[in-house]
Design a protein around this ligand. Structure first.
Ligand SMILES: [Ca+2]
Ligand SMILES: [Ca+2]
Ligand SMILES: [Ca+2]
Length: 445
């Protein structure tokens, strides 16, 4: 791992702060601002409500995961509509760093969507095969215990990972907003390891993600004071075009007055997310701000993965943040040339306008996955009508169910009351095409 460089200007900015030294096997650098208690980073973990869901069979041509319809957030954000209309499911080429409490890497609904450090997995145990300063960092790194064990001792990180990218179409559990993605597990926080410097661990986690060249960083946490070292890394992420999706925080406060960081650093590669409930009201606990908070996304009683192969509900701006990260994956996978700013622009401009959000978010908009894609997809108009030029559509995944989509689109635009017709039609086609479609997925992905 490269050493952090500290330039003189940076040193003068923070000269009065306490000094903390950090060393590991290949590092010996100083962070000069990381000891402030007020600037400490944390994730407001809440309590996970574990449930055993009924294995209801969800009707859908691809998303056969039985509990998917319990994810109200996917419905209100038109995420399934985005998958179906735009044939966009994400891609394992898109890497999201989940800087959190770790991830259950053995969860059957997550393991296929984990980022994999191929040089380490193919390399030698005990050797830093990719020479990045971390030995055997197969799926990420644990900055709390300084090892490669990513166990999630709370559940928060596993829950966030599932919202972004639980494996869709595998017939179990749920699907993330992005059914296909690579999730890098970076552990900066462990509630069972008190007394650690979570801000320092955040800074090191950010550095790791940036050095690995991830596309998106999901940071569902934060603190009340800015940190020059953290800001410097956000600046580096900005230079490298990395999108940072950050929680607005659960402080019940106006972020225009009381900042929350990293969400509120003034960089255009950061999108700040607050949370709304099933009635589309901002949660009373969520931070808000007409200048500082960018968008609202589902964050109340969100059903997602938990450690030990489980599932359950959690609430907060953390969960809302993960929804936005999932949409960013879909956008990046469809529009591969999009930089962070363009992804943010599409998400913000194509949300659902809601006057209830006056004073709560910058543009008074709620996340809409379908609209974010449709606003740019020249192959498919906002109405869902398939345009003539569909050359930019990704048909790789759907080779065997094209007929379904053609018929669905036709029915959708030619009949005013189509729900029953569509249901019958889809049931028939489901039987006919589903096994083949899944076979294609299993072989190709
Ligand atoms: Ca390594
Ligand atoms: Ca190794
Ligand atoms: Ca699944």
């Amino acid at each position: 791992m490269k050493k952090l460089l500290f330039i003189p200007v940076f040193l003068t900015l923070i000269g009065s702060c306490s000094i903390i030294q950090f060393q590991n096997q290949n590092q010996n650098f100083e962070h000069l601002d990381l000891g402030s208690k007020k600037a400490a980073r944390s994730t407001e973990l809440g309590t996970a409500k574990h449930v055993k869901h009924k294995m209801e069979q969800e009707f859908d041509i691809r998303m056969v995961d039985p509990a998917i319809k319990q994810k109200w957030g996917l419905t209100l954000t038109d995420s399934k509509k985005a998958w179906e209309r735009h044939k966009v499911l994400g891609s394992r080429d898109i890497v999201v760093a989940v800087i959190d409490t770790g991830i259950d890497i053995n969860h059957p609904d997550l393991k296929d969507n984990l980022w994999k450090n191929k040089r380490e997995l193919k390399g030698k145990p005990g050797v830093d095969d990719d020479n990045n300063g971390y030995i055997d960092d197969f799926y990420g790194w644990n900055f709390v215990d300084e090892n490669n064990k990513l166990d999630d001792n709370h559940g928060h990180g596993t829950h966030i990972a599932g919202i972004i990218g639980a494996v869709g179409g595998n017939g179990i559990g749920i699907s993330g907003v992005a059914p296909r993605v690579s999730l890098m597990a970076i552990k900066y926080y462990d509630p069972k390891a008190p007394g650690r410097n979570n801000l320092m661990n955040t800074v090191r986690a950010l550095k790791y993600a940036i050095d690995q060249g991830v596309d998106i960083i999901n940071y569902s946490g934060g603190g009340l004071e800015p940190s020059p070292a953290e800001k410097k890394l956000i600046e580096e992420a900005h230079r490298k075009g990395i999108l940072i999706v950050a929680a607005a925080g659960n402080e019940k406060s106006n972020s225009d007055i009381h900042g929350y960081f990293p969400a509120d650093y003034d960089f255009d590669n950061i999108i700040s997310v607050t949370a709304y409930d099933q009635s589309e009201n901002i949660l009373p606990t969520s931070n808000y701000g007409a200048k500082t908070v960018d968008i609202a996304a589902p964050g109340n009683n969100i059903y997602s993965t938990l450690p030990g192969g489980g599932y359950g509900y959690m609430t907060g701006t953390s969960q809302a943040t993960a929804f936005v990260s999932g949409v960013a994956v879909l956008l990046k996978s469809r529009f591969t040339d999009f930089n962070a700013q363009k992804i943010i622009k599409n998400i913000l401009e194509n949300g659902n306008y809601d006057s209830k959000l006056a004073g709560k978010t910058r543009f008074q908009k709620r996340l809409n996955t379908w609209a974010a894609i449709a606003g740019q997809d020249r192959g498919v108009a906002r109405t869902g009508v398939v345009a003539e030029n569909t050359s930019n559509m990704n048909t790789r995944i759907f080779t065997n169910d094209e007929k379904f989509h053609e018929t669905l689109e036709f029915q959708d635009i030619s009949q005013s009351n189509t729900s029953n017709t569509l249901l019958d039609l889809s049931k028939a086609i489901n039987k006919q095409f589903l096994p083949a479609a899944l076979a294609v997925e299993n072989n190709k992905l």
